[in-house]
Write a protein that binds this ligand. Structure first.
Ligand code: CDP
Ligand code: CDP
Length: 226
């Protein structure tokens, strides 16, 4: 019996992970899961409830009241927080400014990882995040570790938010990406680190099509087992 294929994509903030993951899922007819959306939705829940984010006991106790679900349409990953679609709201700055604090809490990570591993049972999947190749799927057939020049990353995210009508400053985005990368790489619980067997993909000078072709080349040898 053939085994399901997992493509794990990790890397810094706004490196093009989800753009690549979506394109791969569409091309290969795999399921796409945006693990960052889960941490963002959990953060949104606590922001809406005006929870003191430094009170980890309250956060841990409340986790059982948070129900996350994905539904996939046109290879886009839509996330539901207690039944409500929040895919747009979780991209806004208040969530970006707080998500890495929530994502550093051990019990939050344990709950997310458990759900992520369950989603991949017998399915071909592309999942992007920070700990996918190290913690969630250490046996993934293909692991990519994405990086790009921080200024380019900030400019790309800035253009994206402006096009959605958000009022943001480039400097604010740059600071947010740098701060999240710092928290994500230095936290105790599964920090962002390249898995030993992950292939580095620096897309500073690559178009979306070029990065897709790079990744497809790495995945092709495994498709033969499908
Ligand atoms: O899209 P962007 O790179 O801005 O971030 P994201 O993938 O939506 O993730 C938001 C935040 O969630 C990250 O900065 C991490 O703090 C956290 N995260 C994580 O800790 N582990 C993951 N597997 C995915 C996201
Ligand atoms: O998921 P992650 O936060 O790593 O990044 P993303 O949301 O996929 O990409 C951030 C922005 O960079 C998006 O607006 C992409 O369209 C853009 N991008 C790009 O211009 N060129 C690439 N090679 C990859 C992404």
């Amino acid at each position: 019996m053939s085994k399901n294929i997992i493509v794990a994509i990790d890397g810094y903030s706004s490196c093009g992970k989800s753009t690549l993951a979506k394109a791969l899922a569409k091309k290969l007819h795999f399921i796409y899961v945006d693990s960052g959306a889960m941490y963002r939705a959990v953060t949104l829940y606590f922001l809406r409830n005006q929870t003191d984010l430094s009170n980890h006991d309250i956060i841990i106790d409340a986790l059982e009241h948070i129900d996350l679900n994905f539904h996939s349409r046109d290879y886009q990953s839509h996330i539901l927080l207690n039944g409500e679609e929040v895919s747009e709201e979780i991209r806004q700055m208040p969530v970006s400014e707080n998500v890495s604090k929530i994502a550093a809490i051990k019990e939050v990570r344990q709950a997310m990882v458990k759900q992520q591993q369950k989603m991949a049972k017998s399915k071909n999947m592309v999942m992007d995040g920070r700990d996918i190749g190290t913690t969630v799927f250490p046996n993934a057939q293909v692991k990519l570790f994405m990086t790009a020049d921080p200024k380019i990353r900030a400019e790309r995210r800035y253009r994206e938010l402006l096009s959605k009508g958000e009022q943001v400053e480039l400097e604010e985005i740059f600071e947010n990406l740098a701060h999240r990368d710092y928290l994500d790489t230095t936290r105790e619980e599964s920090p962002l680190v390249r898995a030993d067997d992950a292939i580095i993909l620096d897309n500073t000078n690559l178009s979306e099509e070029e990065q897709l072709n790079f990744a497809l080349d790495k995945i092709k040898p495994f498709l033969i087992t499908l």
